[in-house]
Design a protein around this ligand. Structure first.
Ligand code: GDP
Ligand code: MG
Length: 181
């Protein structure tokens, strides 16, 4: 069954977070190895497919990029329904985007639960780390503890601009998504 799942299925992974934190940029960097400073704010949902080899199996991740709905701070249930994993992104230069994380996580958990009643694997991305670590150091947040307290499986400092750790997080957590199937 596992083989069938890996060969035939696409694992839907959500990328959510406030407007301008770099969701689209992270996806473009990860999937197309490109970066641009002016992605148009797309309206609706965009998809990008990333095929990766994990443990000699082919895993297809379909990254869901939301656009135009961030200002509501929540998504419709339909959007969340089939997801196997999620990234919640914040901008290390803007504290308000960090404060919004728990709101996004609550929205996700309230609308989506696995059959074993657990939340889907959710990873926190501290993006724009090429611009400093203000949010990470200034307010004294201990990120590991924050993740534990708020139900994140882990966190990474990323930069879509430079390409920092924009791959590590999926290689680390893709297996988790596939195994929750
Ligand atoms: P989204 O609204 O979350 O999809 O954010 P975008 O991907 O559209 O990015 C918003 C702005 O932040 C754009 O001008 C990007 O070029 C910029 N940006 C995104 N990621 C990074 C990053 O890692 N470092 C820096 N310096 N800027 C970034
Ligand atoms: Mg976007």
């Amino acid at each position: 069954i596992m083989t069938w799942v890996c060969l035939c299925s696409v694992f839907q992974v959500l990328v959510i977070g406030d407007l301008g934190v770099g969701k689209t940029s992270i996806i473009k960097r990860y999937v197309h190895q490109t970066y641009s400073t002016n992605y148009r704010a797309t309206i609706g949902v965009d998809f990008a497919l990333k095929v990766l080899n994990w443990d000699s199996e082919t895993v297809r991740l379909q990254l869901w990029d939301i656009a135009g709905q961030e200002r509501f701070g929540n998504m419709t249930r339909v959007y969340y329904r089939e997801a196997m994993g999620a990234f919640i992104v914040f901008d290390v230069t803007r504290p308000t985007t960090f404060e919004a994380i728990t709101k996004w996580k609550e929205d996700l958990d309230s609308k989506l639960m696995l059959t074993n009643r657990e939340s889907i694997a959710t990873v926190l991305l501290a993006n724009k780390c090429d611009q400093g670590r203000e949010v990470l150091t200034n307010n004294g947040v201990k990120m590991d503890q924050f993740c534990k307290d708020n139900g994140f499986v882990g966190w990474f400092e990323t930069s879509a601009k430079v390409g920092t750790q924009t791959h590590a997080h999926t290689y680390t957590y893709a297996p988790m998504c596939t195994h929750t199937q």
